[in-house]
Design a binder for this molecule. Structure first.
Ligand code: 13P
Length: 368
């Protein structure tokens, strides 16, 4: 679908219907309380000290005065949450900018235990206590890349070096420790001079694999979803495939696994507290291209049909499914035209007030 084919401005509020196996948006009156409201959320990732975050939000509100028909969300790093919570107090926003209850405070992550010896982690009840409305769970930055950040993959690769294995092997032998005979035989095999290529290949293979995959598991994400909902914090549940999965035509299998596992145990009546964000990893970040509209439409319909299997048509029609991955002022309107898209999770462009304001104002003229 090219921009030139877009004739009508996208509906900013709508109902969703499914007829002849197709999802459609039906326009609703502006301000109709039961209509679906798009959600435009900025994920600031690891950017902005608290004061800078407030300054950015203030510039955005100034450019979005009186906009009440869409929901906007801001996800500062943990350190910025309290300061922003204080600034976005609804009465103040209403007086100052003519907006208010449509502004949501988002956290970028949470831990699943409520308290204890988990240095550096933040629990969902701690987030709730400082006024966080929603939390992003399962972002690909965390699902896929933690191994790379924390050096887990290189520490595994180091253990597959000749030196490390020789040293360990000698130690184990001298201590006469009980070692599984198969493990013993495998190490001996890998240390054989003839097999040095196998050892090097295995180390490289595991390092590469873990770099891409040693982040949060589906299981951990499921526990985070449960913890957030149990503490009254809504969930923005992220899913998305990497480029290898797309090339191997594994996209739908992978998304189905992520969604089934992530949402396992979320009851029908709780699905109103869940927003889904489809963020294909290959479309995220500087230098990448947003997913083509056809692919966004196809995946959003797939996710909605899966939700229909899991929760029934009525719930599937209402769950908001956001798209994320290089959403910019010049592509948001076309994305919002798609029947399955209910908003966006925006990285880079959410750090620029003019850009994010244009995204929030999709389909409307720019603020003067
Ligand atoms: P970009 O908008 O910078 O591609 O980031 C998308 C994202 O990861 C939002 O969570």
């Amino acid at each position: 679908m090219s921009a030139s084919k877009i004739i009508a401005p996208p509906y900013r509020n709508y109902y969703r219907q499914r007829t002849a196996n197709q999802w459609r948006k039906i326009p609703a009156e502006r301000g109709d309380p039961s209509a679906i409201r798009p959600f435009l959320a900025g994920n600031w990732k690891m950017n902005l000290i608290p004061r800078a975050g407030v300054a950015l939000a203030a510039r955005i509100f100034d450019l979005c005065r009186d906009i009440k028909d869409v929901d906007m969300g801001f996800a500062p790093p943990f350190t910025g949450l309290s300061t922003l919570a204080d600034y976005i107090e609804p009465d103040f926003l209403r007086r100052e900018y003519g907006i208010g209850r449509n502004v949501f405070l988002l956290a970028q992550d949470t831990f699943f235990e409520s308290k204890g010896a988990f240095t550096g982690e933040i629990s969902a009840d701690m987030l709730a206590a400082i006024g966080v409305d929603r939390v992003i769970v399962g972002h690909s930055d965390r699902r896929a890349n933690l191994g790379k950040y924390f050096g887990f993959s290189s520490s595994v690769a180091r253990r597959l070096s000749k030196n490390f294995l020789t040293h360990t092997f000698t130690q184990l032998k001298s201590r006469e420790q009980q070692l599984h005979p198969q493990v013993f035989a495998a190490i001996e095999h890998l240390l054989d001079e003839q097999n040095s290529d196998v050892l090097a290949g295995l180390a490289t293979f595991l390092e590469t694999e873990l770099n891409e995959r040693a982040g949060e598991s589906d299981d951990a994400i499921q526990r985070k979803v449960q913890a957030a909902l149990a503490n009254g914090v809504q969930v923005i549940f992220c899913c998305g495939e990497n480029k290898e999965a797309r090339r191997a035509h594994e996209t739908f299998n992978l998304l189905e696994r992520q969604i089934r596992m992530g949402l396992e145990g979320v009851a029908r009546h709780t699905m109103s507290e869940v927003i889904i964000a489809y963020e294909p990893i290959w479309a995220i970040g500087e230098g990448a291209q947003p997913a083509p509209l056809e692919q966004i439409a196809e995946v959003h319909d797939f996710i909605r049909n899966l939700l229909m299997d899991l929760y029934g048509e009525q719930i599937a029609a209402r769950v908001r499914i956001l798209y994320g991955g290089n959403v910019k002022p010049d592509n948001i309107a076309a994305m919002m035209q798609l029947a399955g898209v209910d908003g966006a999770l925006v990285g880079g462009a959410s750090l620029n007030a003019a850009d994010f304001a244009k995204i929030i104002r999709f389909g409307l003229p720019d603020a003067v």
